[in-house]
Design a protein around this ligand. Structure first.
Ligand SMILES: [Zn+2]
Length: 426
């Protein structure tokens, strides 16, 4: 039976609200509560699901609606159920109450990314209720641990249960929200993301008593290098895709501004400093954790060679963790559908391919050969920019913008799987 579009909106809002109220702050994650909620909501409509735990409470849920043509590769609707922690004192409203105010639903995860868990859930159950058969399998995966490196979520599934999620196409975060550049309104669709190379850099120095100052301390030497790192931009390495994007947007390559500069080369940011254990002892060692990010075409070796050029031969590097960059061509049928549906639903705006400087689960799904896009459509007004909401205090989602996104998203997925929109919704 088809469901009315009004019902679909109400159900999506209800699911989002319920998910936000489940505190899945990572660490510790505790994503089991979200997986159980989704499993039960799917089961209410006769859809079976599989829950996989990499460790107690670190649960990911996967389900599938089978298509009628195995020649078409499955599409995976991906999301993560964990959220970044909150500092309650910085919030104007409780972070896990899903309050509605000022036209928004407030709470951690409303934008990143329980909104898409809710969209995927409603789309799957609506398809099932309508009895519509897609022309390819549709897989829904709502996974744990994206916000802390994906060891317990997408990475675990890709390495341990690839049969559950192997697909040709992935729609996941980040992308599909409105941004304003100059006089233009755009929807960046993520086709590429940077890799990361996290390094501990250590300097040795002579230990001694704090009453006897000297120049060659580990802290002094390390501090000088940290200052050098923060004041030395890494080389420009604009990929062919980024050159094309900037040319299209009319942004000069030699003066791209702070929004685009991180997409045009590797970056390195000091994030954790460690040294010393007593207030009158000069420590013999000092270290800093460096959060390195790499553009497509780069690897940990080339990144460390570039970093070595900045800091010189003395510090010791220790690789803590790394993941490669990922890039998918925008010249595909799915991207064309995304562009068409976004631009039709917001006349005058343009959908453009985009690289994000951060990392998502797409880099793991790409390993199984999928074409991965970040597409979580939400219409945002200029006064509520995405950057001010993402991982921020007072994370919230404009409700009308969420409904707009739900419609665009449903249209994209249904068209790609060969099911008319009005075969599912009325
Ligand atoms: Zn996210």
């Amino acid at each position: 039976m088809r469901i009315s579009w009004e019902t679909a909106k109400q159900e999506a809002f209800g699911a989002l609200s319920a998910l936000v109220k489940l505190d899945t702050s990572n660490p510790p994650g505790n994503e089991r509560i979200a997986a159980d909620y989704l499993a039960s909501a799917l089961a209410d409509h006769g859809i079976a699901s599989v829950i996989k735990e990499s460790a107690p409470t670190r649960a990911s849920i996967v389900t599938r609606i089978s298509g009628n043509n195995s020649a078409n590769a499955p599409i995976l609707l991906g999301s993560h159920t964990d959220v970044v922690p909150v500092e309650p004192s910085g919030w104007s409203r409780p972070a896990f109450d899903a309050e509605v105010a000022d036209g928004c639903i407030w709470g951690r995860g409303t934008l990143d990314m329980k909104s898409k868990c809710a969209m995927d859930l409603i789309l799957m159950t609506a398809l099932k209720r309508a009895g519509a058969v897609p022309n390819r399998d549709i897989i829904m995966a709502a996974v744990a641990d994206e916000e802390a490196g994906s060891e317990h979520g997408a990475k675990f599934l890709v390495e341990r249960h690839p049969e559950l999620i192997r697909s040709g196409w992935v729609l996941n975060e980040v992308g599909g929200f409105t941004i304003y550049i100059g006089n233009g309104r755009y929807y960046p669709i993520q086709i590429a993301e940077k890799g990361f190379v996290t390094i501990r850099m250590t300097m040795q120095g002579r230990p001694g008593h704090g009453s006897m100052p000297r120049r060659d301390t580990a802290i002094g030497k390390l501090s000088a290098l940290v200052a050098k790192i923060t004041s030395t931009p890494m080389s420009m390495r604009a990929t062919p895709f980024m050159r094309r994007l900037l040319a299209e947007l009319g942004v000069p390559l030699d003066n791209p501004g702070p929004l685009f500069r991180p997409m045009l080369g590797n970056t390195v940011t000091p994030t954790i400093l460690r040294a010393g254990y007593k207030d009158n002892v000069i420590p013999g060692e000092a270290s800093v954790v460096l959060d390195g990010r790499t553009v497509p075409g780069e690897d940990p070796e080339s990144f460390m060679a570039e970093l070595r050029g900045i800091v010189g031969p003395e510090p010791k590097f220790e690789l803590i963790k790394t993941a490669p960059p990922a890039e998918t061509s925008p010249d595909t049928e799915l991207f064309a559908i995304i562009r068409d549906r976004v631009e039709t639903n917001d006349p005058g705006a343009r959908a453009i391919p985009w690289m994000i400087p951060g990392a998502t689960d797409n880099k793991f799904y790409c390993r199984l050969g999928a074409n991965c896009y970040g597409f979580l459509p939400v219409k945002l007004d200029p006064h509520l920019p995405f950057g001010s909401l993402f991982h921020s205090n007072d994370e919230r989602l404009p409700i009308e913008g969420f409904y707009w996104g739900l419609k665009v998203y449903a249209e994209v997925v249904l068209r790609f799987v060969g099911v008319p929109f009005d075969a599912v919704f009325c």
